[in-house]
Design a protein around this ligand. Structure first.
Ligand SMILES: N[C@@H](CCC(=O)N[C@@H](CS)C(=O)NCC(=O)O)C(=O)O
Length: 217
């Protein structure tokens, strides 16, 4: 097998990329990043930025979860695409992919990094990040009122949405009034591709710095 994916199962961006692999039924060799060698040193040499997931396809290195899914579309044209061929539809999918990364996963990651002391505490209990969540939740609830997936058929954008909404809700619960958004989140968690990535993270849940719920998800 030539496709090696550097990962940790708890990582939201890893779960996003894995969802792409599982949707398409493409196998990969997991390279577990748990701090131990030789994988840790191998990864540091491959991608000094140190963020994962990173794909190594026999020497072709692909970083960023979005780009990994884009790469799978290009490399395996016989599989179902996760970014549609239609250019206008592709714009919509990419736009919503960016939305989940920038306006849901971003504040979520800031709150985790603050909790583990990697980023400074704002002294206001993350008010800035919570305000971002409030805006994103309200907007997404409207968007999902009459949709099954966020942009056409299940796509790259839904691969981004699944882990983003999993962790966002653990970090700053989606209010009950946002029924359409909560239903969408449940639908994402039940999608077999994402459910598999989520199951693979189960043994590591206790490591989630803000505390994972014991009774759901
Ligand atoms: N923009 C990157 C973000 C990747 C990212 O932030 N990964 C986190 C795990 S979810 C990570 O590598 N954290 C380790 C670190 O920052 O040292 C992507 O879309 O793949």
């Amino acid at each position: 097998m030539t496709l090696k994916l550097y990962l940790h199962p708890l990582s939201s961006y890893v779960q996003k990329a894995k969802t792409g692999f599982y949707e398409k039924g493409i196998e990969f060799e997991p390279k577990m990043l748990d701090g131990s060698d030789p994988v840790a040193s191998e990864f540091a040499a491959l991608w000094p930025v140190g963020r994962f997931p990173v794909l190594d396809d026999d020497g072709t290195v692909v970083f960023e979860a979005t780009s990994i899914i884009d790469y799978l579309d290009a490399r395996f044209p016989e599989k179902r695409r996760l970014v549609p061929e239609d250019p206008m539809m592709a714009v919509e999918v990419r736009m919503w992919d960016r939305f989940f990364d920038n306006y849901v996963s971003y504040p979520q990651q800031r709150m985790v990094y603050t909790a583990i002391g990697r980023e400074p505490d704002d002294g206001q209990d993350g008010a800035r990040w919570k305000a971002m969540f409030d805006t994103a939740y309200a907007l997404l609830d409207k968007r999902m009122a009459d949709r099954r997936w966020v942009a056409g058929d299940f796509s790259l954008a839904d691969c981004a949405a699944a882990p983003a909404l999993l962790y966002a809700d653990w970090t700053y619960p989606i209010p009950a009034q946002f029924e359409a958004l909560r239903t969408y989140r449940a639908r994402l968690l039940a999608r077999p591709s994402y459910a598999r990535a989520l199951d693979e993270a189960r043994p590591y849940r206790h490591m989630f710095p803000l505390g994972a719920p014991a009774d759901r998800d």
